[in-house]
Design a protein around this ligand. Sequence first.
Ligand code: MN
Length: 263
Amino acid sequence: MKLRILIANDDGIYSPGIAALAKVAARFGEVRIVAPDVEQSSMGHAITSSRPLRLRRTPLPGGFEAYRVNGTPADCVALGAYLWKRVDLVLSGINLGPNLGSSCWHSGTLAAAKQAALLGLRGIAFSTSVTEKEHDFTALEPFVNQALQLLLEEKEMCLVNVNLPAKPKGIRWTRQAVKQYDGDVVPGQDPLKRPIYWFTIKPLKGEEEGTDRWAFANNFVSITPLRLDLTDEKELARILALQPGPVTTKAVSPRRKKSKAGK
Ligand code: MN
């Protein structure tokens, strides 16, 4: 039976990145695209719960069966998996912009792969650097192909984050860089001199070896296996050793408030 590959992204269904990913994925199985109708970058793992969603067939280069959704990346995967029974694999991307280190928390690209993992499916996110010129995805194709080949063999990896530099010279297994945060707030003014704020990223210097940021900075494709369980195992073990049973707090005697009215 042919592998059923569902593809989503956060740049929107008409992004050149999703077409490039679909082209390579089609070598491995049957492809269906379900993606947001407009850009949803930095939406993280938001889902739409306050209004209904619509799915509309849309023509795409390559003749892929493709549907645009008025929702988030996670919506697209949830809806795609609901409507196309027996999905084997979910791919997301290729995002225009890397998703390294702390940006994994904000990324809609990664959230689409995470939604797959939540549904018990395998999810793989692909991102690449943005260049001033139109991106040359043909140069990345062999690396996307190689990464997919590798990851299809690693069936236990449920959630994977792949980042491709513009001109890769190889592939590295990495861990997520978490020691630095690249979120930045830049203040400015609107035309009426009222304050406005841009949420942006500041370039970070110094990458810890073995991390996704390190691999990417050294022109390697970074492949990071991720997990859904965010539990801090060390802290949980420590506190359970001290408080194994029901959690209690010491009785605190309520302080009497002295009201000004003297009541
Ligand atoms: Mn994006």
